[in-house]
Design a protein around this ligand. Sequence first.
Ligand SMILES: Nc1ncnc2c1ncn2[C@@H]1O[C@H](COP(=O)(O)OP(=O)(O)OP(=O)(O)O)[C@@H](O)[C@H]1O
Ligand SMILES: Nc1nc2c(ncn2[C@@H]2O[C@H](COP(=O)(O)O)[C@@H](O)[C@H]2O)c(=O)[nH]1
Length: 318
Amino acid sequence: MPDTSAPSHRPQPPEVDRAAASRAAVAARRARAAVKSQIASGTRSPIEVLDAAGSDPSGPEGTLRVPDFLTSLKAIGATKSAEILQRLEISPVKRLGGLGKHQRARLREFLIERSGTAPGRKRARLTVLAGPTAVGKGTVARHIRENYPDVLLSVSATTRAPRPGEIDGVDYYFVEDAEFDRLIAEHELLEWAKVHNSHRYGTPRGPIERALADGRSVLLEIDLQGARQVRAAMPEAVLVFLAPPSWDELVRRLIGRGTESQEEQHRRLATAKVELASQDEFDARVVNGTVAEAAREVVELMQVRARRPRRAATSSGR
Ligand SMILES: Nc1ncnc2c1ncn2[C@@H]1O[C@H](COP(=O)(O)OP(=O)(O)OP(=O)(O)O)[C@@H](O)[C@H]1O
Ligand SMILES: Nc1nc2c(ncn2[C@@H]2O[C@H](COP(=O)(O)O)[C@@H](O)[C@H]2O)c(=O)[nH]1
């Protein structure tokens, strides 16, 4: 018979395991503290951290307690954080990676609202400019960058090679496949797509979220697949379709640009047909007759409209 009078001892991990566990706990605490100071200093946007938490609940962002996250935001102390948690129906013991779908959505909405309405800031807005190949998206976007300095034009990463005259960091970040893989794996892209079945293109997330948090207007010039991803991730974004005056003019612009082989031109025109058929998914349509006029219309849509009318008539008369 066993001796029940003897004190029962829980099995203890060996000393060496306990030391390793304690080192790991210290490292995890430090990583969480680093996330909080990145938010506080503005080097990382709160939405980026929330998204990272969703992707990796056991990482430093995922294991950050929601009150600690909130109090690392400007002008939120313990009392305000408690009020916000109550309003969003989130328990103060929750960690960012442990939020339910609806709690996460409410917190995201709160962060977006906050970034657009902080005192002294204009309402931030994200606008996507998409449209078929060679319609002039790049030309119109460049005109906006040069003539409307309030608008931040996102610089995409791509695996395609630079065309003559294109500058790394200005037109695109030209990266190798391995670097693009890393950007995807580390959730550094807001959206990405393989375009025209050839190269990959993606929008770096950090600069966009920082600019929006600062109340700036941001313009993305991306393809249809990317536009759909942005709509899913940020339903408040305004999607603008840039249309050609006619199909023949589109073909003329593509051939006239002279930067693609005939095979690549055919591939791009095949995608163009699909893209032209998607116009109804967009909030507004601008015809690129002249560059300056099309740019003015896009900027007007970014700055003047308070709300996004769905499929409303636009200045192009649609
Ligand atoms: N309003 C316009 N009138 C005449 N030509 C234009 C106009 N806008 C752009 N172009 C010309 O059309 C060609 C294609 O323009 P651009 O490269 O900007 O197209 P894009 O939509 O960015 O194409 P892609 O999607 O293939 O990158 C260029 O040679 C450009 O100079
Ligand atoms: N989904 C994304 N599409 C992008 C992005 N940056 C550019 N693009 C689109 O790619 C094609 C081809 O561009 P090109 O410079 O090789 O002619 C064009 O439709 C662009 O709008 C991006 O970040 N994401």
